[in-house]
Design a protein around this ligand. Structure first.
Ligand SMILES: O=C(O)CCC(=O)C(=O)O
Ligand SMILES: [Fe+2]
Length: 324
């Protein structure tokens, strides 16, 4: 049943790899389906992303946040949502989970899909240049390689999700031709243990799926139906995957977008790197009639993913509020 869970299952994704047997594929799809219908969260093992690349990305994340403030400010977030966000610059006011009043205790570098300057849509909302630290040229290279691998994983997962919904394997592909990709390189300093003060306040994610790598500090928690916060500690060689709001709507509520939060009460900094795999800005998100059962009606009005996303971003990030 939805929301009834006390732990987050490990789902072996080897069945989604190219060349896997049909039996292995069915098993991965079935396990993914159960996890996403129940908790909306899963640890993914055998995901196919090289661990040395994941480790290099983590090292870059640590190096970025060790830069001095001047270097960070030089890449301060631009109107295309790319660059450095200082501590306390986002408050998740759209959270349906809690009334969030205190800003998140984190700093981050937001990297998105690259747009060549001569691309016809360069300059449109969220289609502009990334910003990387001048002193660390390897960051760009590593982030782009990491996003490319994570996109392959996202595509595989989308194939599995389509099958779990009774749709053809490639059903989502048409909506991900120019996927909207976010790689957020986060640092949560040690924080005070105060009420309503979080590294990341209780929220659900906006998008399709989130694929998170965290270090070994811990502090991520997921809320079940009873209202208990279930810890989601790191498990080696896995990603934590969760369903975002747009996938929950798209699947007519089959998959659940579950509240989660982060509090870093350890005595050291915590580093994490969520990758958000989202549809093209122009994708029309509309519940596929083929997945509806007799008598079932779509719960959502069709929406352009780009419109939906911009509305959320404009409300939650300080740097966008003046413009909106
Ligand atoms: O850092 C984490 O563990 C989770 C971050 C998160 O929930 C988010 O960025 O949406
Ligand atoms: Fe999240």
């Amino acid at each position: 049943m939805k929301g009834e869970f006390d732990n987050i299952p490990i789902v072996d994704l080897s069945g989604l790899a190219d060349g896997a047997t049909e039996a292995a594929r069915s098993e991965s799809v079935a396990d993914l389906k159960t996890a996403l219908e129940t908790s909306g969260f899963a640890y993914l093992s055998n995901h196919g992303v090289p661990e040395d690349l994941v480790d290099r990305m983590r090292e870059m994340n640590v190096a970025i946040h060790a830069l001095d403030d001047k270097e960070k400010q030089a890449m301060r977030i631009n109107e295309f949502h790319r660059g450095y966000m200082p501590m306390s610059s986002s408050t998740i006011v759209t959270s349906s989970v809690a009334k969030v009043t205190r800003p998140n205790q984190s700093e981050s570098l937001m990297v998105m899909h690259e747009i060549p300057e001569d691309a016809p849509h360069f300059g449109e909302p969220l289609q502009g240049p990334n910003q990387f630290p001048e002193r660390l040229p390897e960051v760009r290279e590593t982030a782009l390689a990491y996003m490319a691998e994570m996109t392959v994983l996202g595509e595989r997962i989308a194939g599995g999700l389509a099958e779990a919904l009774g749709l053809p394997r490639d059903w989502f592909a048409q909506h991900f031709q120019d996927p909207t990709l976010f790689l957020r390189l986060l640092h949560y300093p040690e924080q005070a243990n105060e009420e309503e003060l979080f590294g990341s306040a209780p929220h659900t994610d906006y998008g399709f799926v989130t694929l998170l790598k965290q270090d070994n500090v811990g502090g991520l928690e997921v809320r079940n139906k009873r209202g208990d916060w279930i810890p989601a500690p790191p498990i080696e060689n896995t990603f934590v995957m969760n369903v975002g709001d747009i996938l929950a709507k798209w699947s007519n509520g089959r998959f659940v977008s579950t509240p989660h939060r982060v509090k870093n009460l350890s005595r050291r900094g915590r580093y994490s790197q969520p990758f958000f795999y989202d549809p093209s800005m122009r994708a029309l998100v509309e519940c596929p009639p083929a997945m509806l059962e007799a008598g079932e009606t779509p719960q959502m009005e069709p929406v352009l993913y780009g419109d939906y996303l911009l509305e959320r971003l404009n409300k939650n990030y300080d740097y966008r509020k003046k413009a909106s």
